[in-house]
Ligand binder design. Sequence first.
Ligand code: HEC
Ligand code: HEC
Ligand code: HEC
Ligand code: HEC
Ligand code: HEC
Length: 169
Amino acid sequence: MKRYLPLILVAYFIGCLLLILVLARQWQDTGQAPEQPIAFSHPIHAGNLGLECTYCHQTVARSPQATVPPVSLCMECHKNAAIDRPEVQKLRGFWERQEPIHWQRVYQLPWHAVFNHKRHIKAGVDCSFCHGELKAQARVRQVRSLMMGWCVSCHRSRNAPTDCWTCHK
Ligand code: HEC
Ligand code: HEC
Ligand code: HEC
Ligand code: HEC
Ligand code: HEC
């Protein structure tokens, strides 16, 4: 037994180290809420004004990507609406310069993993299950770590495919 003690200790420390690394990544990945070029508000647009998610994220139910709308869609209202607000004036600046807005991504898988919105929407998974309640997020904040274990455990419980190549191409 004594002979193996150093080995057991080393294994124990490596185990702890791995655990800390994994936890640190989970912690780092969730909760991030990058500052955006314009302070767009889901509580105002999806909450107070009651716009459907698909009014802006138009491809979410029919393609892998949800997509964020172009400035022209915002301008359908903001040629007139709330034009006295500084953040709306910023928006109109982008429009006048014909400049796209570079929104910071909040949810992003690493390059080797693929996701597909359409398939999840078709399967009846609600946006809020993965993105939280947007109506309550003044600034979009990542509420799920998007770790593989989370994806796979739901796939297992819902009889969705769990082969490696389902999510890795
Ligand atoms: C099963 C979990 C899940 C559900 C349900 C889901 N999403 Fe997503 N969403 C993700 C993941 C994962 C990413 C990151 C995808 C990537 O990096 O390729 C993402 C990214 C996004 C993005 C940014 C990238 C893009 O695709 O344009 C938007 C916008 C978005 N989701 C909106 C929505 C909306 C709106 C709904 C509901 C109609 C929804 N999502 C439902 C998991 C989900
Ligand atoms: C269907 C009409 C409509 C669309 C589309 C729309 N907005 Fe708005 N938006 C409004 C209205 C109305 C208000 C004022 C709401 C209020 O005062 O409660 C507003 C308010 C705002 C504000 C000011 C918020 C504040 O706190 O002062 C910003 C910034 C904004 N919108 C940005 C955008 C952007 C960016 C888009 C496109 C992605 C967009 N809006 C699309 C109707 C719209
Ligand atoms: C008026 C247009 C509009 C509506 C309605 C709207 N969104 Fe968005 N959404 C945006 C814009 C613009 C962004 C990018 C800026 C930001 O992150 O705040 C965005 C960002 C997001 C993101 C983060 C994307 C990323 O970078 O990973 C998610 C998730 C999302 N929206 C989900 C939803 C859901 C769910 C609903 C319905 C409850 C909804 N949105 C309704 C315009 C809209
Ligand atoms: C709420 C449970 C749930 C979560 C969480 C979830 N999925 Fe899914 N996913 C499903 C279901 C159910 C299907 C099957 C839909 C069907 O049968 O068409 C599916 C289908 C898919 C598909 C299409 C499979 C195919 O046959 O091509 C991909 C890709 C995928 N998921 C990736 C992911 C990734 C990556 C994550 C994590 C970031 C994730 N999913 C998280 C439930 C989930
Ligand atoms: C339902 C979707 C899904 C399935 C099925 C899946 N993965 Fe993943 N995998 C992911 C996602 C999402 C990530 C990125 C997040 C992370 O690192 O946990 C990932 C990350 C990884 C990584 C990188 C880990 C890291 O720390 O960067 C490896 C290696 C990997 N997967 C291997 C596999 C193998 C092998 C299988 C088959 C046994 C598999 N995956 C099945 C979704 C999936």
